[in-house]
Design a binder for this molecule. Sequence first.
Ligand code: SRM
Ligand code: SF4
Length: 597
Amino acid sequence: MSDSTIDTPVTSAAKKPSAVETAKLSSDYLRGPIAEELVDDQDFFGKASINLLKHHGTYQQDDRENRVKTEGGKSQKSYMFMVRTKIPGGKLTADQLLAELDLCDEIGDTTLRVTTRQGLQLHGVIKRNLKQAIARINEVQLSTLAACGDVERNVMCCPAPHRQDAVHQQLQDLADALAAHLCPRTTAYHEIWLRDGESGEDTLVGGGANGQAASGDHTPGGDEVEPIYGKTYLPRKFKTAIGLPDDNCVDLYANDLGFMAICEEFKIVGYNVLVGGGFGVTPSAKKTFPAIAKRMAYCTPEDAVDVATAVVKVFRDFGNRSDRKQARLKYLIHERGLPWFKAKVEEYLGHALADPHADDVRGFDDHLGWSAQGDGRWCYGLNVENGRIADRDGWKLKSALRAICRELKPGIRLTSHQSILFTDIAAHQRGRLQEILSGHGVKLSEEVSTVRRWSMACVAWPTCGLAITESERALPGLIDQLEIELARLGLSDEAFTVRMTGCPNGCARPYNSDVGLVGKAQGKYTVLLGGRLLGDRLNVIYKDLVAAEDIVPTLVPVLAYFKHERTSGEKFGDFCDRKGVDDLGRWSEQYVARSSP
Ligand code: SRM
Ligand code: SF4
């Protein structure tokens, strides 16, 4: 496609660019004042660096529980940094996990976090140690570049190490190809963080040396240094996931771009392309909403990287660059319509795309417990509650992981449900793996209740600057109560998702879960019902501003109703969706009245 055949973008050109856009433009490809400020005597970065730093994979944060009072009585911020490692498909080695564990002990807050997008996060890194953290992550062939920021984020794909056929390897190959192709190519990351070119980073991220334009890269907005992104990168974050119809473990519909594999005879023959999913909401900004992705087209495996590139470029050129609350791809598609968007993608791609294949998501596997890989080896999926790896009294998950990685040297896969898979375990090692876990007080996945296993919470307090309520620290207690109530109702084996976030941004994907709990005001949550494990339907608000202690009592009548009136095999979210929130509310009121003394 030649430049001349492509329309001039209008949306972004018409309005004044936001301050973040201006900062990116003048940053000289994500440099800004970061290098100078990194070595000054302050424990924080100034405004001009803060947003740029995100593209390098780090956030400046403030431990809100650890602020100190100055002599004048003012509360002074306690600066620290979150460092996120981007891991396509969540695939890493035992040595790489060991390196991250060492970092969390040596220069982090002694915990490591598995994120909801198959990444890892360090928290509590102080500015003086930031360069060391990023450099050491690169030394083990991992990278933080573009883990955050207005770029393609971590590409998710199903992490199951199934080797009965080529399908799962094909998924991972596409994740790796997309991650490499859509990685920023500026050399700023190397210059600022990596020491003397010692690391193997060149094989992981692009840069001036290997940043040559691929064919079709010179569309408006791109340039020599960043042929795909151009000087101002994307209008906002961009997320991609690759999954299967019978196993949507990566929550395809929650992503800006989803590739759902179409398989024939145990081989991927094409992908349905889904566009415009995204969950961030700002309740005060009426025009914001969560969105499930739309089924746009079908493409061949050979075309997938080019299709993704075209989608990214249309977003680059037409996304909203004046209002960051309206900048995600979902708003562009909402504003212009799917037919317009598809036509534009085809224009950038240079050929038409077929309509989506009839197949759709129909299953979900969390990959926990034992499964045969198909090559004589085994995989064990360990539930990590809310993704937090730590050593605490009687529960030493961090030490258990160290022992497993050192002794058994398994492959490691992170799931998009914040858990860990140990892969390539020989049959004779199975007992030892379980022994190590149990010996450290870590519950096996089989010992964890169904409701806990399917639950998920974002970080929230104290590190997340946007947190309104507790999340990760609140959900385990709430699940304790739910376990009791579910047992009383005879529903302990019922699989449904409970996802909590500390604010409406939706980092634990609470808007397509059976039960969504979203922090709205201090100690109060919005309760949403009617999503489902398949992830292809949004839930709706059932009750707003529910105090934390009232959440379980709010859910119990609905669960009792489900118990009595579900149809055969009906799932909780489907039941809530069928009944509707008004009916659920009426029944709950009667239930409470009947149960009152
Ligand atoms: Fe997120 C911002 C944590 C997955 C939607 N997210 C944040 C920040 C960086 C807060 C900030 O901007 O200051 C949080 C850092 C907290 C901390 O202390 O670590 C944060 N998000 C996370 C993680 C770590 C949650 C977790 O518990 O695992 C996840 C990291 C994933 C990764 O490895 O890349 C994480 N965030 C998500 C997801 C889920 C997903 O992508 O599948 C979403 C919803 C999907 C989406 O993007 O729409 C999500 N995060 C947001 C948003 C809302 C974006 C929007 O469109 O409005 C924000 C706020 C923002 O960007 O302005 C945000
Ligand atoms: Fe922070 Fe809100 Fe994301 Fe939770 S959902 S990590 S509180 S931004």
